[in-house]
Write a protein that binds this ligand. Structure first.
Ligand SMILES: C[S@@+](CC[C@H](N)C(=O)[O-])C[C@H]1O[C@@H](n2cnc3c(N)ncnc32)[C@H](O)[C@@H]1O
Length: 221
């Protein structure tokens, strides 16, 4: 099936009408290219919500054989597609929810396509705490927001962007146009000592505990 059809069929879960454009993807990897050119040291990359792999392709194109990339995707169909499409030696696709993902090491660079606009604010906050927990000191986080959505529904996210943002780029050639942010997290500090998993989250958020592809997040308050 054409990737666009998957996005349209499951718009609530994917949080987008279409995969990212190649223009957004190439702007997103600008800082990663600079990093790979500046150092011979292997880098650890994390991609959250890779979907059908438009951004993954751009990331893999700048990676060297010694680099590692973990992709975390909640949709099992997308996971299978990614494993078929790409063959970088350091690539691992994890069929998981970001909030349940427990890697052994932190990352130099995190790319996120998690659709915060379709997620309750307190879950967005947990996801940001999780990203801070997974980021090395001075690590970079790149992510985007669609410009037709109300900017920053979550104040915590807005404050983090204010504190750490080193670059903002508006990408018109994307459906819809997107604002891309890159953050340098000098000293990652999540506000929580232990990020709760979906299972032990307290009310008022009710999380359906089905298989990951059926996770539904519903505000009960
Ligand atoms: C807006 S799409 C972006 C896809 C792709 N990166 C692109 O730019 O075309 C968001 C992706 O995040 C995934 N996703 C949503 N919530 C997630 C979660 N909690 N953990 C992991 N992946 C998630 C969705 O399944 C979807 O593939």
């Amino acid at each position: 099936m054409n990737p666009i059809l998957y996005f349209l069929r499951d718009i609530r879960k994917t949080g987008a009408v279409a995969p990212s454009s190649k223009y957004l993807a190439s702007d997103m990897v600008r800082f990663l290219s600079e990093k790979t050119e500046a150092t011979g040291k292997p880098l650890r990359i994390l991609e959250l919500g890779p979907g059908t792999g438009t951004l993954s392709k751009a990331i893999i194109n700048v990676l060297r054989p010694q680099d590692k990339i973990d992709m975390v995707e909640i949709n099992p169909h997308f996971c299978r597609m990614l494993r078929r499409k790409f063959s970088h030696p350091g690539m691992n696709v994890h069929y998981a929810d970001l909030l349940e993902f427990r890697p052994e090491e932190t990352y130099d660079y995190i790319f996120s396509s998690i659709p915060y606009e379709s997620i309750p604010k307190n879950i967005t906050r947990l996801m940001w705490d999780k990203k801070l927990e997974l980021c090395k000191p001075n690590g970079l986080i790149s992510y985007y927001k669609y410009v037709n959505f109300n900017y920053f529904r979550c104040k915590y996210e807005k404050d983090l962007v204010k504190k750490y943002c080193i670059d903002k780029t508006l990408v018109f050639r994307n459906l819809p146009p997107a604002q891309l942010f890159t953050l340098r997290v000098s000293k990652p500090e999540s506000t929580l000592k232990h990020i709760p998993t979906r299972k032990n989250l307290a009310s008022p958020i009710r999380i359906a505990q089905n298989k990951p592809e059926k996770v539904v997040v519903t505000a009960t308050a």
